[in-house]
Write a protein that binds this ligand. Sequence first.
Ligand SMILES: Cc1ncc(COP(=O)(O)O)c(C=O)c1O
Length: 394
Amino acid sequence: MKQDFPIFSRLVNGKPLVYLDNAATTQKPSCVIDAMSEFYSVSNANVHRAVHTLAGEATEGYEKCRKLLKQRYNAEYAVITSGTTEAINLVAHAWGKHNLSSGDVIVLTEMEHHSDIVPWQMLAETSAIEIRYVPVTDGKLDMDAFEVALEGAKLVCVVHTSNVLGVRNPVEDIITLSKAVGAKVLLDAAQAVPHELIDFRELGADFMAFSAHKMCGPTGIGALLISNDAFTEMEPFMGGGDMIDTVTLEGSTYQTNEHKFEAGTPRIAEGVGWAAALEWISNVDLESHHTRLLSIASDVAEQLRNRGMAVYSSLGPGDAAVVSFNHPTIHPEDFARLLDAQGVAVRTGHHCAQPLMDKLGVSGTIRASFYLYNDASDAEVFLSGVDRVLEAMA
Ligand SMILES: Cc1ncc(COP(=O)(O)O)c(C=O)c1O
C-alpha cells in the first residue's frame, strides 16, 4: 500500500520514512493529491453561485463529498466543517445555546480531547450549565460512574476511541443508557472512523464529529453528522452567504438543509480531495487491516514493556493501534528526537488531553500510532530505533 503514498519515497535524515504519527494526521494517497491538483488546474470556481460550467463542476465536486459521507456513514445530515473541532463547536453553538439553560447537565469524560472539553466549558461560562466528568479507571471509562453521572443529563459527549490510549469506549451501551434518560449523544469519532466503518443511524447517536485528515483525506475539512431529531433543534450559528434563503434589510430566512450551517465559501478543493479519499478507502478492508495493525501494536507494546517502558494503552479487541508509552527516565522529547534522527516519526506531549495526562500522573507520553500503510517492518525499524535510543542514553 505504501506505493499509493508518494511521501514514502522520501528519506528523512537519510533514512526511509517510518511514519508512526497517524493519530495526529495520516498521509495522503496520490489519488487525493491528484484530485485536488486537478480541481485547481481544471475546474476551480466558487460553488452554488453561478450557472457557468466551472461553477457547476466545482459544485458537483464539493457536493459529491457530502453525498459520499451520507452514504458511507448512513447519515440523515452531513454538515461539512473544518474538522472535528469546528464540528463540536458547531454543536455547542447551534444546539447547545438553544437547548441548554442554567442548571442543565452535560456529561463528558476525563479522556476527552480538548476539542470536546473547551467548547463546553466556554458554553458553561455564559449559560451556567453543569458539566460532569466520567472518571477513567485503569485506562477505561468507569461505566458505573457514567450511570450515576447520567441522572438528569441533557447531553452526553464522548470520545468514541481515545487518541491517547487507543481504547474504544462502549459507545453502544453509552448511547442506550443515555437515550433511556432522554439525553442526546455526541460522539467524537476523530480516531474511530479511520479504523472502523460506523453506521451512524443504526448506532443511534445524535451528533458525530470527525476529520478527513485522519483517514487519508486533506487537512482543513471534516464533518458533523446529525440525526433528524437533533437537526430540527438546531439554529444557525454563523451568518453570511450561502446559508440564507432570503435577505432583506429587515431580516433573513435560512436554508433548511445542511447549508444553513455552512456560511461563506466552503472548502471546495478539500471537499474534492476528501471525496477522492472516501472513494479510495471504500476499497480498503478496514476490518482486516485493523486486526493486523492491532496485532503489530500489541507486539510493539510487549517489546516496549520488556525494555522497561511504562505502556498506557491496553490494546484490547476493537481498540485502535495506538501505543502510548514512557521511559522511566528519558524525556519523551529527547526520545522522539533520537527516533527522528533514524527516520522514525512519533508524537510526544499531552496529545491535547491534559486531564487524561493528569489522571495518568504524567505530563506527556510518547505515542506510536499505526495506520493502513504500516507493516511489521515499520515496527521492527521502530523497535531497533528504540534500542539505539536506549544505548545512546545509557
Ligand atoms: C479524539 C480527537 N478528537 C478531536 C480531535 C481534533 O481534530 P481536528 O484537530 O482535526 O479538529 C483530534 C485530533 O487529534 C482527536 O484525536
